[in-house]
Design a protein around this ligand. Structure first.
Ligand code: NCD
Length: 294
């Protein structure tokens, strides 16, 4: 049984296959490739984009979607995750998409169910479909010429599962990653680091800006988000007329992560990421669900 718990679950060739399928799906036409299949979504943590993106992807392929409303489900009555999973499994879904505030939950769930499990984000651990759609957006923009492109990841890298998945995936595709963040947001990883954003932007082809993950901080680390913004907000002053693109997984803290002006700039591909995300999730659902049947 194949699952998508982290980006490592797919080989480079498989990812390129997913990209070419996703490219077909960019026409946004409804298809019947998953007609008769059912997909369960269980999101224990808030989500705007990822949940609606997975559900749109499933519906565009004609699958049925069962969304488990966690606030009303028996998890809130003390049922363990595994009993909830076993019960869901007994309804025979063809795939389960799960998001959880704790790292490792999707992986454990995968051991209890008889269908592919897709990780919609677990704690600080991983967010594989986000990294896939980020790389796909880069790949499309640079017309597949991505090797050696310089990526600058900016923000609360230490607490971000999006950063963790992007670091794994983009390194594997030979992009050249540098990290820029205040010291308390910098992870302890063997990747190029800098604390001088102005200098770092000079050499960047791609900026991936990240939200400060305040919900994961034990205490307030920065004086205020405004102080953080003074140093790290991606604004026009910083990127000038440079030939680069700006990505962000959302939700964006306006004028803290990225300025209004840059959000409206055509180099900012945030909404493109959202539409690419549906196509990528269609391709991934198809691969995991139909791959099993072959
Ligand atoms: C991210 C997440 O939830 O990990 N958002 C998303 O899925 N698009 C990033 C974030 O919350 O900052």
């Amino acid at each position: 049984m194949r699952h998508l718990i982290s980006t490592k679950d797919l080989s480079k060739d498989e990812i390129l296959e997913v990209f070419s399928k996703a490219r077909e799906f960019l026409d946004e036409k409804p298809r019947t490739l998953l007609k008769g299949k059912s997909i369960t979504t269980i999101f224990f943590e808030n989500s705007t984009r990822t949940l609606s993106s997975f559900e749109t992807a499933a519906k565009r392929l004609d699958a049925k979607v069962l969304r488990l409303d966690v606030s009303r489900s028996s998890s809130s009555k003390g049922e363990t995750l595994y009993d909830t999973a076993a019960n869901l499994d007994a309804m025979n879904p063809n795939a389960i998409v799960v998001r959880h505030q704790h790292s490792g939950v999707p992986e454990s769930l995968a051991r209890y169910v008889n269908c592919p499990v897709l990780n919609g984000g677990d704690g600080k651990h991983a967010h594989p479909t986000q990294a896939l759609l980020d790389l796909f957006t880069i790949y499309e923009h640079f017309k597949a010429d991505v090797e050696g492109k310089r990526v600058l990841i900016v923000g609360d890298i230490k607490n971000s599962r999006v950063a963790a998945s992007n670091i794994e995936l983009l390194t594997r595709f030979n992009l050249d990653i540098s990290l820029v963040a205040p010291p308390h947001f910098m992870p302890n990883l063997d990747i190029k680091k800098t604390y001088n954003i102005k200098e770092a932007v000079e050499h960047a082809d791609i900026i991936i800006s990240l939200r400060t993950q305040t919900e994961r901080h034990q205490k307030q680390i920065y004086g205020s988000l405004k102080d953080y913004a003074n140093d790290f907000c991606i604004n026009k002053d910083l990127i000038k007329d440079k030939n680069l693109i700006v990505l962000h997984p959302g939700p964006v803290h306006r004028n803290i992560d990225i300025s209004d002006e840059v959000l409206a700039d055509k180099r900012c591909l945030v909404l493109k990421q959202v539409s690419n995300g549906v196509a990528i999730r269609m391709a991934v659902l198809l691969k995991l669900i139909l791959g099993e049947e072959r």
